[in-house]
Design a protein. Structure first.
Length: 162
């Protein structure tokens, strides 16, 4: 009988020459297709950059979770690992404070604006802002996200300097 470690190694060898997203595509084709449109994909990042190597997930015959699935309040730290300036700016924002104290079940984090597997268009960001900022949505007649940065700083959303 073959030891488990050797069996896992033999299963992983064919995958070693493949990029992670190619390994994930058979079961997660929608997420992989979306991710292939994301700027991170263009920079040679793959699923394992956020989800870890997830060997148990890839080799299981049942439902085994990937190594990492960031909780909403963990997303800024995960993204901030590669984007430290943006992470620090976000950490100072009202959105970050709401996210960390879990004041709102869906307080915005990096993925709210930038997307998780896919990049977000301005109109999509605009709709996301309008879900919570109803008064602003009506005030700006649906032109919020593209215009938000005219008055608010990126990532902190504090009043922009004139």
């Amino acid at each position: 009988m073959m030891p488990r470690a050797l069996l896992l190694l033999l299963c992983a060898l064919p995958a070693a020459s493949q990029k992670t997203h190619e390994i994930c595509a058979p079961c997660h084709s929608g997420q992989v297709a979306e991710f292939q449109t994301h700027p991170h994909f263009a920079k040679d990042l793959s699923c394992d950059a956020c989800h870890g190597p997830s060997v148990n997930h890839r080799t299981s015959t049942g439902a085994a979770a990937p190594d990492r699935v960031a909780a909403p309040e963990e997303v800024p730290a995960l993204c901030g690992g590669c984007h430290p300036g943006e992470g620090q700016a976000f950490a100072a924002s009202k959105h970050a404070a709401a996210l960390m104290r879990r004041a709102r079940p869906r307080a915005p984090s990096c993925g709210t604006c930038h997307g998780v597997h896919e990049a977000r268009a301005a109109a999509t960001i605009e709709r996301a802002c309008g879900r919570c900022h109803l008064e602003l949505s009506a005030l700006h007649s649906g032109k919020m996200a593209a215009r938000c940065l005219g008055c608010h700083a990126r990532h902190t959303l504090a009043a922009a300097k004139p």
